[in-house]
Ligand binder design. Structure first.
Ligand code: M6R
Length: 366
């Protein structure tokens, strides 16, 4: 049932190109220049006119929400807030009938997310669900929704659920942007084509597994690790760190790269590996100067760069090349090597990759 792979996690990492294709199939119609999503089409007025969009989720789903925040604001010009479901429900949130709440959950059974949905509904908000498991409690509780079509995710560490959540949310942001006229027709079409090309780019990226294994071998005994990214790739830094913590039990922190100088830089010494997402878009030069700051403090730099990059290559200890795409779609690519890195480290350390200690696939307690 693992399809020849040693672990479900690895199988699910490799399934991502097809999981993303399955998620946009029938929705993304690049030739016609349209996006069809029944749950959005049926409620387009309501969603497009929202005062703001509030996104709730936990763990990896919350990270997907953070990526969506950039996309919705960028493409559809709707103000977005992203909240941990658990915090949202316990702090008497200001929420009205003019708000739209998007709840993200792979399993559709997470207790905190479910409680947040109930509260939002009580206050009259329109609640839209993004779930993977068909017929799950959350998918039934929400007013409308869109499924990710990732297929069953067995590994406790979420992988293909994350990239398909980003796919669905990006399609929504684009669709709303088109409806509102906040994205031009030509830009919209350009985005559709670029999104359609993502699975193939992931396929080519999965071939860099050998380099990632070497990096894993070099750093598997570290006790700490820092992940940095900016803009669309800041949530990816958080997600990379979560993956490493969950399955290899190595302490890892994700930060927006520019926050380094406000504290975390004090941690940098020759023992500290720092994973930096430095793709050639979105504040590239700024990230390069962050890399230089780490280098001058003797930190070890593992860098994700755009194919053909030369500047970072000269400074970094290791580089992983990422195929070029539109900035807003880079998380779909940059996430992949970070999943593989944590996977290989966990395997090398002899950890139980698919069922890490203290964790369950769905957290049905509050
Ligand atoms: O099923 P959900 O998406 O609601 O689950 C949310 C989190 O429990 C989940 O993403 C968790 O953080 C994963 N183990 C992350 O890999």
């Amino acid at each position: 049932e693992k399809g020849g792979y040693d672990h479900f996690m690895l199988k699910e990492i490799y399934e991502q190109p097809n999981a993303i294709r399955d998620t946009y199939r029938g929705r993304l119609l690049a030739d016609q220049g349209i996006i069809k999503m029944a749950g959005v089409d049926d409620n387009i007025e309501r969603i497009a006119k929202a005062n703001r969009i509030l996104i709730v989720g936990c763990g990896t789903s919350w990270h997907a929400g953070l990526v969506a925040e950039y996309a919705f604001e960028d493409m559809a010009r709707i103000p977005v807030e992203v909240e941990y479901a658990s915090e949202f429900r316990y702090r008497n949130p200001v929420i009205t009938e003019d708000d739209v709440v998007i709840a993200i959950s792979q399993s559709g059974e997470t207790a905190d997310t479910m409680a947040a949905i109930k509260l939002a509904k009580e206050k009259g908000a329109f609640v839209f669900g993004v779930c993977n498991v068909v017929g799950s409690s959350i998918s039934r509780e929400t007013t409308a929704g869109a499924y990710t079509h990732a297929g069953p995710e067995i590994g406790v560490a979420s992988t293909k659920a994350f990239t398909t959540q980003i796919t669905v949310l990006t399609l929504m942001a684009l669709k709303l942007g088109k409806y509102k006229g906040t994205i031009s027709d030509s830009d919209f079409r350009f985005h559709l084509q670029a999104l359609e090309a993502i699975p193939q780019k992931i396929e080519s990226l999965l071939k860099s597994d050998k380099i990632i294994k070497e990096i894993a071998e070099t750093y598997k005994d570290t006790r700490n690790c820092i992940y940095l990214g900016r803009g669309y790739n800041f949530p990816v830094a958080l997600e990379g760190a979560l993956k490493l913590k969950e399955i290899s039990y190595i302490h890892a922190e994700g930060y927006p790269a520019a926050e380094m100088k406000h504290g975390p830089i004090a941690l940098i010494d020759e023992e500290m590996p720092v994973v930096v997402i430095a793709v050639r878009k979105g504040h590239y030069e700024k990230v390069v100067s962050n890399i230089q700051e780490i280098k001058s403090r003797k930190g070890k730099i593992i860098s994700l760069v755009t194919e053909g990059d030369t500047e970072v290559k000269e400074i970094a200890d290791h580089v992983i090349e990422i195929p070029e795409t539109i900035e807003s779609f880079t998380p779909l690519l940059t996430t992949i090597p970070l999943q593989l890195l944590s996977y290989h480290i966990a395997v090398m350390l002899g950890k139980n990759v698919d069922q890490p200690r203290n964790l369950a696939k769905s957290v049905t307690v509050e």
